[in-house]
Ligand binder design. Structure first.
Ligand SMILES: [Fe+2]
Ligand SMILES: [Fe+2]
Length: 295
């Protein structure tokens, strides 16, 4: 109910706005030529940047109180952060056991289409976030990025691996076919990773993906196995069900902990980023359940 009320009240938690922001992100992050940078483009970019900022500030307000509860000492903070896996927003959602055990092929295809369309590209988010980070955290983001890149092997790259699944299942990942909750998740991740003012938020948001992805990936892998996909076809989810356990441990030890030890103000920013990401995910799961008629 609170979510419905928010979306009625908000100019940002809406289909039209999230589609516009998704199209702008696609355009602005694409490699381009100097003659594309016209006066009109400058103006349009400035307008969208302001709107994007309004959107992310609204998401911050939603989680601000909860984020102030996070301890600011490194050990206490990691303990708080890791507890998000159990009791954070959207965790233990009943959508996932249902997908694993009961959903039809078409339900699974619709779900994966939404998820793939709402995937902002973890590799690029990590790459944008690592700019000018302290050495220890930068190294951890580099190791994580290298895994995303299949350690230099094109067949092991995570992005194209998901792309293969999209092709195999013939998924529709057009922006206009994607629910705003899923677009908002990708747009929030992009907003945080692409602005240096939200760099610590992005470290938290990416870290909480690593923390919470294994359980969701394992359920999704079960669903894919149940509908008859081979091991190589469901590789993306089988891989993340296992690899992200290690990624999460390393991200927390090597990036979050030293960053908070160096400056305790970062704890609140990292906490906000993590909670923003989880709240966006929670809204997606509620929308997907509504689509499937699950209470
Ligand atoms: Fe990955
Ligand atoms: Fe990962």
């Amino acid at each position: 109910m609170a979510t419905l009320w928010n979306s009625l009240q908000s100019q940002f938690l809406q289909q039209d706005f999230q589609e516009e922001l998704s199209r702008w992100n696609r355009k602005r992050l694409a490699p381009n030529f100097p003659d594309e940078l016209t006066a009109a483009r400058f103006e349009a970019d400035r307008r969208m940047q302001r709107l994007e900022h309004g959107f992310i500030e609204e998401l911050r307000r939603e989680v601000a109180d909860e984020a102030t509860e996070a301890p600011t000492d490194p050990d206490g903070f990691i303990e708080w952060f890791e507890e998000l896996r159990n009791s954070g927003p959207g965790q233990q959602d009943r959508l996932f056991p249902w997908l694993a055990d009961q959903a039809s092929i078409n339900d699974i295809r619709w779900f994966l289409g939404q998820e793939a369309a709402g995937e902002a590209g973890f590799d690029d988010l990590v790459a944008m976030t690592q700019v000018k980070l302290p050495d220890k955290a930068k190294l951890e983001l580099a190791r994580n990025y290298w895994d995303e890149m299949g350690r230099g092997n094109v067949r092991g790259m995570h992005g194209p691996m998901l792309g293969q699944l999209v092709d195999i299942l013939g998924l529709d990942i057009r922006i206009e076919r994607t629910v705003w909750e899923s677009l908002a998740l990708a747009n929030a991740m992009t907003a945080m990773a692409s602005s240096r003012f939200f760099a610590w938020h992005s470290v938290g948001a990416l870290g909480v993906i690593e923390l919470t992805a294994p359980a969701r990936s394992a359920h999704t892998a079960c669903a894919l196995r149940r509908i008859g996909l081979t091991a190589s076809q469901r590789r993306y989810f089988d891989l993340h069900a296992v690899l992200d356990i290690k990624h999460s441990r390393d991200w927390n030890d090597e990036a979050i902990k030293p960053l908070v030890a160096e400056d305790s103000r970062r704890a609140k920013a990292i906490a906000e980023g993590a909670l923003i990401r989880l709240r966006c995910g929670e809204r997606c799961f509620a929308r997907y359940r509504a689509h499937f008629g699950l209470a």
